[in-house]
Design a binder for this molecule. Structure first.
Ligand code: MD3
Ligand code: FE
Length: 217
């Protein structure tokens, strides 16, 4: 006899699910390290607080955002771009915690992408009702590099569409600890997040946190 290992449950619930060419859903991949990640999120946010960015069209985003690493994604009346400094403070973004970097590398390897070296980590905070409308991530220089996303706290319905906005998106329920790697032909797929429902999660309280790792520059 042996004590049941965490791995045993993975036979009923596959750890790695192919969503589309180049897109891999790593169920629960970050669950064991979620507490550490959330501690490090708070450290980053102490230096670079969450804020609601404004779109180029003048709308305040319902998702609150911050960044860490050499580059951070920002939006204002002039457009979307990556910036080495936090526009609110004028200082460089906080360093990317080692826990973040190592997770992004392991996840990209588990999905078959070697040598992914993220230089940007966007932190998204969804309170109940916050959402992200269908969009593409195309502000990065090399679309051959994958994107790694980590879901923490409240669950969310993720919309995964095609290369044209008109394609009807599929719905994926992302839960605490799930990691998704988006590369290859899926890298430029339209995607979004439905409004997050009102509930509380033991790890985060009344919010969902998403970490998105990118090679931007
Ligand atoms: C699929 N964030 O910040 S991460 C974003 O849950 C963003 O906060 C969402 O979309 C969130 O831009 C989704 C998942 C994600 C990121 C990039 C993708 C999915 C993707 C690029 C191509 C296809
Ligand atoms: Fe996106």
């Amino acid at each position: 006899m042996h004590a049941p290992a965490a791995q045993d449950s993975l036979f009923e619930h596959p750890a790695r699910e192919a969503i589309a060419p180049g897109a891999w859903w790593l169920h629960g991949f970050a669950r064991g390290e979620a507490a550490r990640l959330l501690t490090d999120v708070q450290q980053v946010l102490a230096e670079a607080p969450l804020r609601h960015l404004v779109t180029p069209g003048g709308y305040r985003m319902s998702v609150a955002m911050s960044n860490c690493g050499p580059l951070g994604w920002v939006s204002d009346g002039r457009g979307y771009r990556y910036s080495p400094t936090d526009p609110d403070s004028g200082r460089p973004w906080p360093a990317m915690p080692t826990s973040f970097r190592e997770l992004a590398t392991r996840a990209s390897q588990a999905a078959g992408f070697e040598g992914f070296m993220p230089d940007a980590c966007l932190i998204n905070r969804y309170e109940p009702g916050a959402r992200l409308t269908l969009h593409q991530d195309r502000d990065e220089q090399d679309h051959g590099q994958p994107i790694v996303s980590v879901s923490l706290g409240l669950p969310a319905v993720f919309l995964f569409g095609g290369l044209k906005r008109s394609e009807r998106p599929r719905r994926l329920s992302l839960v605490h600890g799930d990691v998704v790697v988006w590369g290859g032909p899926s890298r430029l797929a339209y995607h979004g997040v439905l409004p997050v429902g009102d509930a509380a999660h033991p790890a985060t309280g009344r919010c969902r946190i998403n970490l998105t790792f990118r090679r931007a520059g």
